[in-house]
Design a protein around this ligand. Structure first.
Ligand SMILES: [Zn+2]
Ligand SMILES: [Zn+2]
Length: 176
């Protein structure tokens, strides 16, 4: 199955293509531009930040880690329209299980009511959540997904800082 090059989520159907890269939607496509910056992060900095994130407290519940990427899957339908998505979150295991349970109930109630995709995708999403609750990332070490996420987080900060430091000097106009 193809994976989004930005968020790492499996793409069931469709998505956005850009050369060799694939993304689940336009938002991820825009984020994909950060990948260029992300490739240049020094390995030491990356490794240390990944370890800190993994051992740190859960950003959602403030509980104890290990923290990793937990993805839940949902779908809702309205007659001919069916909308499905996968939501990766950086959180602790118990927050991850809660999101999967929540999305399982959500999909079980709202997923079926579209033809034909609702009927096809709803069991897929429910099964993905179900098995995700028992599998999921190895708590002993940070997953590749977490490394990817942290890499993008550092790139995003770098891009924002570059924008901040550039803006006063870049507008070289004087009003007098
Ligand atoms: Zn994506
Ligand atoms: Zn948590």
């Amino acid at each position: 199955m193809a994976k989004c090059d930005y968020c790492g989520t499996s793409i069931l159907f469709g998505g956005v293509k850009d050369g060799d890269l694939r993304f689940c939607n336009d938002q991820c496509h825009a984020g994909g531009q950060l990948l260029a910056i992300a490739q240049q992060i020094p390995p030491d900095l990356l490794e240390e930040t990944v370890r800190e994130t993994h051992q740190g407290n859960c950003p959602k519940c403030r509980g104890r880690g290990p923290v990793d990427v937990h993805t839940s899957h949902r779908v809702w339908s309205a007659l001919l329209l069916t909308n499905w998505s996968s939501r990766p979150q950086v959180c602790c295991r118990s927050c991850g299980v809660k999101s999967k349970l929540g999305d399982m109930v959500f999909s079980g109630v709202l997923g079926w009511w579209g033809f034909p995709w609702g009927i096809i995708v709803t069991p897929v999403q429910i099964i993905r959540n179900f098995f995700g609750m028992f599998g999921g990332p190895d708590p002993a070490r940070p997953s590749k997904e977490l490394e990817h996420f942290v890499r993008l987080m550092i790139a995003e900060n770098a891009a924002r800082q570059a924008a901040v430091t550039q803006s006063p000097t870049a507008s070289g106009e004087t009003s007098e």
